[in-house]
Design a binder for this molecule. Structure first.
Ligand code: SF4
Length: 328
């Protein structure tokens, strides 16, 4: 197995740390229950009712939010929602102090290419594909000149490889011809590149240029709706709604934290509500598994004791790096 040879002892310690952190956050829950009572919205009532009727959960002493079976309350005010939203952001910052983009890259061009490749596939699969790609085409000039069939072969594992190869050759040629071979640092320029939409542009701006941006991918949109920050389905509308809640300086890290939580805890089909440290602040508590033991088993990546998505994660990442493609 080609998993990056981390020291076993260190692995255990970090995994333990992450688990302890989750547990520690859970122990602060009673304090949060007060906040939850204040912030619970009308939507909360069915969740609380569900929790109250769940014998298993009750007997196992599930999250305090379950016990806070409150009668239906009047809709949450805008001010209360904003306060709760910012508190969620602070709690997520404590839970994921190491939140980061989950694509491996060493410069803006690599990030741009990796983000284009990430459409319709996982960041893990992109990270397993890009080492060979960047070795063959380290610059826009190289990528613009590579025969399409050769590029298609290099990026085949990411799926939709013909369309993606066309975008990559097109955007590389545009960078070479219109931007002196450099990735531009302005949204209005980035979105003129083939295959680059607003989401990709925001990822590049936020993580390669330090320009604040909200990245609305499938995880961010889902959680923003579950948190009651927006009701919109359209990504641009979600971005606009969330931008009104948080100061600009929070946008990039907020995006990483929310996406981290979506990938690890608040999954699309089975959110792990019973193991979710921000359950007392979430009006959608109860949409997923509320039994703490069952919910614990749904946690992913470093919280579930599994490898992460990056082959080269940042130094403060407490989990294990992902394995290269050949070893997976
Ligand atoms: S896991 Fe459940 S409680 Fe936690 S954020 Fe998602 S829906 Fe809310």
């Amino acid at each position: 197995m080609n998993d990056t040879p981390a020291k076993p002892a260190a692995k255990k310690t970090t995994a333990k740390k992450a688990a302890t952190k989750t547990a520690a956050t859970k122990t602060t829950a009673p304090k949060k229950a007060t906040a939850a009572k204040k912030t619970a919205t009308a939507k909360r009532a069915p969740a609380a009712k569900k929790a109250a009727t769940s014998r298993t959960a009750a007997t196992k002493g599930a999250a305090p939010a379950q016990k806070a079976a409150a009668p239906a309350r009047k809709p949450e005010s805008r001010v209360a929602m904003v306060r709760r939203a910012r508190r969620i952001n602070r709690e997520l910052a404590e839970l994921y102090p190491y939140a980061h983009p989950e694509l491996d890259f060493t410069n803006p061009f690599e990030l741009l290419v990796a983000t284009v490749l990430s459409a319709q596939t996982t960041d893990l699969r992109v990270n397993q594909t890009t080492p060979r790609l960047f070795a063959a085409c380290p610059t826009p000039e190289d990528m613009a000149a590579i025969p399409p069939e050769q590029l298609e072969e290099l990026i085949r594992p990411t799926g939709f490889f013909r369309a993606k190869a066309k975008s990559l050759i097109g955007l590389s040629a545009a960078l070479r011809d219109r931007f002196d071979g450099e990735v531009p640092g302005r949204l209005e320029d980035l979105v003129t590149l083939p295959g680059v939409g607003r989401k990709t542009a925001n990822v590049v701006l936020g993580n390669a240029f330090g320009v604040p941006g909200i990245t609305v991918d499938t995880h961010f949109g889902r959680l923003a709706r579950r948190f009651g920050w927006t009701t919109a389905q359209d990504a641009e509308k979600v971005e606009a709604d969330v931008a009104e809640i948080f100061p600009k300086s929070d946008w990039t890290m907020l995006s990483h934290r929310v996406v981290f939580h979506g990938r690890r805890v608040c999954h699309s089909r089975k959110p792990a509500c019973g193991a979710c440290p921000i359950a007392p602040l979430c009006p959608s508590y109860g949409e997923g598994e509320t039994d703490p033991e069952k919910a614990q088993k749904l946690l992913k990546y470093e919280l579930g004791g599994q490898p992460g998505q990056r082959l080269k994660p940042p130094a403060d990442y407490p989990g294990r790096p992902a394995a290269p493609l050949a070893a997976s």
